[in-house]
Design a protein around this ligand. Structure first.
Ligand code: ADP
Ligand code: MG
Length: 710
């Protein structure tokens, strides 16, 4: 029997790190802590920063008040006592012939320190230089113990040195030595088969070379650019990540365009009937988006379109008109919403409009149970129901459509690509329309929704009233109540919203429930107070929503179930309790519930005084602007793209080095090149693109189907 040896790994980059010379099982465990399992992982483990050791300063030149790096030999070390022996401090005096400096440790294991910093050892150290008792000293410096001949140590000295993120037991010098081994042994295996033409146009360096330079920068490299991750090496690696992402998206987009879909040709009689029923006229933006959709519908390829429009811009009616077009052609349509409350509201609203048109619409949520559910399934299967509105329940396996022609997803940012695909599968290449109120910065939209066509409703229905936002501390509560009272006396309605805290849904529930009781009894005895939360049965929820809509309830206390989509034009004030606990986008969504009618509205953010700096920043941003776009950008800045979108749920490959916000310029270039390439060679069939195709499949492995290739 053959023993398993490293060379047996066909793709050498997947060699477990343990088999790298000098690593072994012990260090491999430590690497694993850093998420590094294979040689490839290690190559992508880039330095967190760089230190310029091309010319080390003499100790005599180290300046007080600055962060400096020096090199010397320990002349003396041990414990010193201060404050009448009450305080033990470990000290090491280091000299290099030009002068001395004292390194001090106020904490730490004394035995370990003694052991590591013995007299005669050579050290490289860095930290802020202080002045004490007429001497220079550094407290808790970053230290590397130097072994061997410094003059010949070209890994740790006389160069720009990479600084990695360490873990206990795995220190800089070891890391550098092993990274060097790995680069020497494996860097050549790295490949990024981007066509030569693009390499030249984009002025990209060789891929393996990029890794070598990023780990061990050449002499002349700019330390600033390195630290900003802007060196040529960084750029090459980042370009690679973006390019393969965009190539996948470009192919997917093209693939959808190539599928045969249904060409919906309707006279538009149904839609016209609805328009006659409406009490308002569509805005120009709505009309434009509708005509873009219209064009898609008529094409014999499936539509794959995103409507982006700020909260309240009127996406629902556009969706409905689209449904009518498809229904007129004898097909079914489905609208999927992220919450039951929202699905129910859509149902109530649309039902009102559809009934006079004689269109059969049904609500399908997990609350439809038993016989009713079986009945409904049957009606959907038989095509008796023309429009299905629902939650995730719509994509359950048991649901089968007679002829699904159109799938709409509302508040798309709450769903992932997978759900989109599942809904699409309910028909045979139905048209797909997704809607979102999260205004995604353009460059980001390119990656997240890179395979969609985008329509933007950039205009609010006329007569919208401004919403004024103000933050109040707890001490202002009485005043806040008076403001609510004032509005309600004028005939308006109010929302009072409680956050959902993850650890304890029960607690909030109690909060909202208790608060509703308290308000009824002690604060607004004359008003009708309602309560709405996610755990109520759906008919209860429905009736509360109904009563609020009809004005029977004047103050609605609720959890965040009202966050998306709810539409009550008469509501002119919203109080958000514990506003400091909400994210920016969430606050913006909430605020979108008011200012929908003819009344100037107020959004009151009640915040606890001990809010974090970040929370204060968020609340101030809310006071400053009502522009959803600006808010999204600030939010993105605060949280980073991963959290902002849940990149993972979006089904896109992760980036190991690239950062969507920081590296936007590179992203745009990579996208341009990828789309151009797909236009020229849509199937990646040219022989010169064989390697490219292979690499692409590997990088997108298991993430999604790339319809046209492989
Ligand atoms: P969102 O884009 O946030 O989903 P909605 O579709 O819920 O917004 O629309 C918000 C409100 O504006 C609804 O009451 C809707 O009937 C109304 N609306 C939509 N379009 C217009 C319009 N063109 N003129 C006046 N009101 C409109
Ligand atoms: Mg909506």
């Amino acid at each position: 029997m053959q023993r398993s040896q490293p060379q047996h790994f066909r793709n050498r980059l997947l060699t477990p790190i343990q088999y790298v010379k000098g690593v072994g099982p012990k260090l491999a465990k430590l690497f694993e802590k850093k998420g590094i399992r294979t040689v490839e992982d290690a190559l992508y483990f880039l330095p967190r920063c760089y230190e310029d050791r091309r010319h080390l300063k003499k100790i005599s030149e180290l300046k007080v008040g600055k962060k400096e790096t020096g090199f010397g030999e320990i002349l003396l070390s041990g414990v010193a006592f201060y404050q009448n022996k009450r305080r033990r401090v470990f000290e090491a005096v280091v000299g290099d012939g030009s002068g001395t400096i004292t390194l001090k440790w106020f904490r730490g294991n004394e035995r370990y320190l003694r052991d590591r910093f013995k007299k005669g050892r050579k050290l490289i150290f860095s930290g802020e230089v202080r002045w004490f008792n007429y001497q220079r000293e550094i407290h808790h410096p970053d230290v590397e113990v130097v072994e061997g001949d410094v003059e010949k140590d070209y890994l740790n000295f006389k160069r720009i040195v990479p600084i990695y993120s360490e873990t206990e037991g795995l220190y800089q010098r070891t890391l550098r030595r092993l990274m060097k081994t790995i680069l020497d042994g494996y860097a050549d295996e790295l490949s990024s088969p981007i066509p030569q033409e693009i390499i030249e146009r984009q002025d990209l360096i060789h891929f393996s070379e990029a890794f070598r330079r990023v780990h061990f920068p050449p002499e002349g490299e700019s330390i600033d650019r390195l630290n900003l991750q802007r060196s040529d090496g960084h750029r090459r690696i980042i370009f690679d990540e973006f390019f393969f992402l965009e190539l996948g998206l470009a192919l997917r987009k093209r693939g959808v365009a190539l599928e045969t879909g249904i060409s919906f040709k309707a006279e538009g009689a149904l839609a016209q009937k609805l328009l006659n029923l409406l009490s308002f006229k569509l805005t120009r933006a709505q009309q434009r988006v509708l005509s873009e959709i219209q064009a898609d519908l008529e094409k014999a390829h499936p539509m794959n379109r995103l409507i982006q429009g700020d909260v309240g811009s009127g996406k629902t009616i556009v969706a409905l008109l689209t449904c009518l077009h498809v229904i007129e052609c004898g097909y079914q349509a489905a609208i999927m919403a992220p919450t039951e409350v929202l699905a129910e509201q859509h149902f109530l609203n649309l039902y009102r409009w559809l009934e006079p048109l004689g269109v059969q619409v049904a609500l399908l949520t997990s609350n439809v149970k038993g016989m009713g559910r079986e009945d409904l399934y049957q009606q959907i299967r038989d095509g008796d129901v023309q429009l299905v509105i629902g939650t995730h329940a719509v994509i359950q396996e048991a649901v089968a459509f007679h002829r699904l022609g159109l799938a709409i997803i509302d508040e798309q940012h709450k769903f992932g690509v997978i759900q989109r695909a599942l809904l699409k599968k309910k028909g045979e290449n139905p048209d797909v329309l997704v809607m979102t109120a999260t205004p995604i910065p353009r460059t980001l939209a390119m990656t997240i929704y890179g395979d969609l066509d985008v329509s933007i409703i950039d205009e609010m229905p006329p007569g919208r009233m401004p919403v004024e936002t103000k933050v109040f501390p707890e001490s202002g509560r009485a005043k806040v109540y008076r403001m609510v009272e004032e509005e309600v006396r004028k005939g308006r309605q109010a929302f009072i919203v409680y956050p959902l805290v993850e650890e304890s849904e029960k607690l909030d529930l109690k909060d909202a429930t208790r608060m509703a009781g308290h308000l009824k009894k002690d604060v607004f005895p004359e008003f009708q107070i309602g309560l709405l939360h996610g755990r109520m049965k759906s008919d209860e929820k429905e009736s509360v929503m109904m009563e609020f809509k009809e004005g029977k309830i004047q103050v609605l206390v609720s959890t965040t179930v009202v966050e998306v989509g709810i539409d009550i034009p008469n509501a002119s004030v919203m109080v958000v309790e514990h506003a400091e606990r909400f994210g920016l986008s969430q606050l913006h969504q909430l605020r979108g519930r008011i200012g929908r009618g003819h009344y100037p509205s107020k959004c009151i953010l009640l915040a606890q005084y001990r809010s974090s700096e970040e929370a204060k920043f968020r609340l101030r941003a809310m006071e400053r602007t009502t522009d959803g776009f600006k808010i999204a950008e600030e939010d993105l800045e605060i949280r980073g793209p991963g959290e902002f979108f849940g990149i993972r749920q979006s089904g896109l490959p992760d980036f190991r080095v690239a950062h969507i916000l920081r590296d936007t310029a590179i992203l745009i270039e990579a996208r341009k090149e990828a789309f151009r390439l797909v236009q020229e060679d849509p199937g990646l069939v040219q022989p010169s693109h064989a390697g490219l195709k292979q690499a692409l499949i590997k990088r997108w492995e298991g993430r999604m189907e790339l319809a046209t290739i492989g």
